[in-house]
Write a protein that binds this ligand. Sequence first.
Ligand code: C2O
Ligand code: CU
Length: 509
Amino acid sequence: MNRRDLLRIGALAIPIGATGCLRPRPEARLLASAAPLPPLFEVPLPRPPIAQPVRSDAGSDYYDFAVRPAPAQILPGLTTEIWGYDGVFPGPTIEARRGRRVSLRVRNQLPVPIVTHLHGGRTAPESDGYPSDLILPAAGFAPVHMHDPLARIAMAEREYVYANDQPAATLWYHDHRMDFTAPQVWRGLAGFYLLRDPEEDRLPLPRGAREIPLMICDRSFAADGGFQYPARDPQLREAPAFLPEYMGGVLGDVILVNGAPWPRLHVANVKYRFRILNASNARRYELALDPAPRAAAPFIQIGSDGGLLSAPVAHQTIRVAPAERFDVILDFSKFAEGSSVKLVNLAASGPASQILRFDITENQRDDSAIPARLTADPVIAEKPSQMRDFDFTFVRFHPRGMMDGWSINGLPFDPARMDARPRLDSTEIWRIQSDFSHPLHLHLVHFRVLAHDGRPGPYDSGWKDTIDLGPGQGATILAKFSGYRGRYVFHCHNLEHEDMSMMANFEVI
Ligand code: C2O
Ligand code: CU
């Protein structure tokens, strides 16, 4: 028996709840709202505003976001104070074009440090939003976090540069502050970043008003309408950020789509493209249509985390873990005009089983089509030069005073420790093993799934940056480490797990 087996058995042998006290639990836990739950399907689906550049030149578009608290109308008759990029939740959608740089100036008007990460972006390390590359509040703040001599601390603002040297894809940006990502995303720090390119433009896919991003996330609300989160310190100063009973993850009982609770959308009897993002901290969804269309698959997937698939894939249901994106076509011509169809979540019962209702109210001509070929098949010419193993496990250790925590290879996150040093432009195979459920995310790269509990699973098509491992599952992924040298993180994207140290470093050398 090796050290890893011992750790795994040690983790599973913890008598959860057996001591009678509040023993940390590995399962995600529901935090019920104190506010009355809003009615289903009453409010229209909002679309996040499109960000407008403050200026543009030959090669770049320049954006400027003030990150600040702002009031939002989410529940009827109540006001929710959100933290928003430009004061909105979801943040403004950045529309980017391949080959044109985006420069994003982020000004911190919150009372806490922030970090902004472009999830799925192939970004230089100084702009990637490494968790200790804090932007301190304009008002001043003494950062309380682990020592990282390499941290790039900025006062009040930072400029992030995104090269957009990658295929069209549904990316998103969100907060990544060390130890506090979970509560800060929960308060609203997330937005879409849609990268487009000529190859995708040439496809006859639904576009314009028929191409809609859907950010799905769960939240819990206090009686006064504020976001409710089991923070240990509501000021978010001292790590760990949340109560130990929630270390498995925080689940809310209100499902928001683009920031609105259980909205509805009027559609015509034609095809629509939905870019689905699960921006929840810890909740997984199994998406289905109710009723399902007769004699047709409800979902035609055309893209994954990293962009278009080479060919469309039909799904009866779609399982989507935190941070994953599914780019899908729904064809409402399969439903009668005047009828309604719901997007539901088979992974939950009760309120969290409902998401969004489509009302088919218009009769229109459909000029869109789903081509049989979407993009070229991937070519990975290089032979893998390294094989690495990573175990994602619940262990007992003492990261900053906690008894138990989430680990990669038995170790808590430490910015000073490099857990892998891939060479620039080398291809590696990583084998990952999971104890509970962990959506694993790598910065910088997109990977192919070679195996996922045996063969690749139904949701592993295309280029991925996040793979969801179920309890006891293993996976094998293939990634090419190109673009930049430097230090990046990989981590579990259950945000409570991430904040409880399920994160590690790789350095491209
Ligand atoms: Cu979506 Cu490291 O994050
Ligand atoms: Cu996890």
